[in-house]
Design a protein around this ligand. Structure first.
Ligand SMILES: Cc1ncc(COP(=O)(O)O)c(C=O)c1O
Length: 469
């Protein structure tokens, strides 16, 4: 029996052209399309539930089913007017690079098998390192996203600070830290009493004075303060913790400072806004997400550790069936620096995108996003009964409709209902959160395809829904 997956080269090209046509049509039509659609489980069960097919059908039929039945029932996180949560606008060079990485199935786990890919990954990480201003000892790797980047970095932090003596170690973060950090700490075996969640200050930042006090108290009580986790751009409001001061305090106290920069660290590219990240160059480890503000297709996150070797110390295990890779001594086996052995070539998309567009394009896009959030704030400040809950910071604005004739609870309900109304309308999507105990709406315009008109019309519709509620 021959290869059951054999396809002639002509047919392969034909299939490829159909996919590219579909992608380009999707891309072209996106700004004029609705933000997407939701669907109930029942609807999708009756549409898509099939027994596993024993016999195949033409590729065209399967592609068409994806385009007609699946793609029409998602909300497009790459839509220019997807302003909810953290958008994921990608770029076409990144898409092509992912296609190449999948089509060549390059393994980036060991130098022996994936030398070229590993070198590219090391170079891209080094570009990030240089932009961040971290020392040459720093290094890192690509993972699937911010959640895993935080987990990998915190594994190194735990290993470097506590070794096997986990039970008395304490970790500090703020109530604005992304939930993936709490999950990472749970995975790493920290118990709730070892995790100190500090109340953020009135700008939603970690308070240095409160932290100092708490660390001193914990030392007195016999704990071993070990790791401080700060955010460079919180998901709620874009707030940046006082990185510079935290770095100095952690250095003085012998604490590991980890930064979750999954959302905001990319703002280091911006000449205008990088001052907000002052001190980021001093941290011990950092998570940064190319599938957010570096406009890459999912999934791509990066972890960078000030002393690259700390990752290897935390992760390296050599089983006999991998011994051959060691004969390439002196090179870097990225499987030794993180959780994954089989690693795809995630760095290719960022490498090709930066080389194709140049860093300036990324700087302009980041400035553009931040500028659009500021523009939205400016408009909202002129709209009666709308309150700014947190000014536009690193591209995130939090606001709220607060007409005085409604109680705070009624206002909360109304604001929450606006998210739903906007989704039903389909022009743009926003999301909500809770800040200082009250519901707030968020707007995060990350897509480089978003325009001022998009912002104006989104706020016009939002206001119309609010006043007619
Ligand atoms: C600040 C922050 N940290 C971590 C994450 C988690 O990243 P990911 O979704 O890539 O795992 C996010 C996601 O939006 C985030 O905004």
């Amino acid at each position: 029996m021959g290869n059951p997956f054999e396809i002639t080269p002509e047919r392969m090209r034909e299939m490829g052209y159909q996919v590219i046509d579909a992608l380009v049509d999707y891309w072209q039509n996106l700004p004029e399309s609705k933000i997407g659609a939701r669907a109930t489980r029942d609807e999708l069960e009756s549409l898509l539930r099939d027994p596993p097919p024993e016999q195949g059908e033409p590729f065209e039929a399967v592609l068409s089913q994806f385009l007609q039945e699946v793609l029409t029932r998602v909300i497009h996180v790459d839509h220019p007017r997807y302003f909810a949560f953290v958008p994921a606008p990608n770029n076409y060079v990144g898409v092509m690079a992912d296609t190449l990485a999948a089509g060549t199935n390059i393994f980036a786990g060991t130098w022996m098998v994936g030398a070229g890919a590993t070198q590219v990954e090391l170079i891209v990480i080094d570009w990030l390192r240089q932009w961040l201003g971290m020392p040459e000892t720093a290094g890192g790797l690509f993972v699937s996203g911010g959640s895993i980047a935080n987990l990998v970095a915190l594994t190194a932090a735990r290993h470097a600070t506590l070794g096997e003596e986990l039970s008395l170690g304490t970790v500090y973060l703020s109530d604005q830290t992304h939930s993936c950090v709490a999950r990472a700490l749970r995975v790493l075996g920290f118990l709730p009493e070892q995790i100190v969640t500090m109340e953020s200050d009135n700008q939603f930042k970690l308070s240095l004075s409160a932290l100092k006090e708490r660390v001193a108290q914990d030392r007195e009580s016999g704990w071993t303060p070990a790791i401080v986790i700060a955010s460079a751009g919180t998901t709620n409001t874009g707030a940046v913790d006082p990185l510079d001061e935290l770095a100095d305090f952690c250095a003085e106290q012998g604490l590991w400072l980890h930064i979750d920069g999954a959302y905001g660290a990319a703002a280091i590219l911006s000449e205008k806004y990088k001052f907000l990240l002052k001190g980021i160059e001093k941290v011990h480890s950092l998570a940064i997400d190319p599938h957010k503000w570096f406009f890459q297709p999912m999934a791509a996150g990066c972890v960078i550790v000030r002393d690259f070797d700390k990752l290897k110390e935390a992760f390296h295990i050599l089983p006999p069936y991998l011994q051959d890779k060691e004969r390439w001594g002196g090179s870097v086996d990225l499987c030794d620096y993180g959780i994954e052995l089989s690693r795809g070539f995630r760095a290719l998309k960022l490498w090709m995108s930066i080389k194709t567009f140049g860093a300036q394009a990324f700087r302009d896009a980041v400035d553009g996003s931040i500028g659009l959030a500021e523009y939205a704030e400016q408009i909202l400040r002129g709209m009666p009964d709308w309150e700014i809950v947190s000014p536009a910071t690193l591209g995130i604005l939090a606001y709220r409709y607060a007409p005085p004739h409604l109680s705070a609870e009624e206002q909360d309900r109304l604001n929450r209902s606006l998210v739903e109304k906007m989704i039903e309308d389909g022009y743009a999507m926003i999301s909500s959160t809770v800040l200082k105990g009250r519901v707030a709406l968020r707007l995060c315009p990350l897509s480089p395809r978003a325009t001022k008109t998009d912002i104006e019309e989104t706020l016009r519709r939002l206001s119309a829904f609010a006043t007619s509620a």
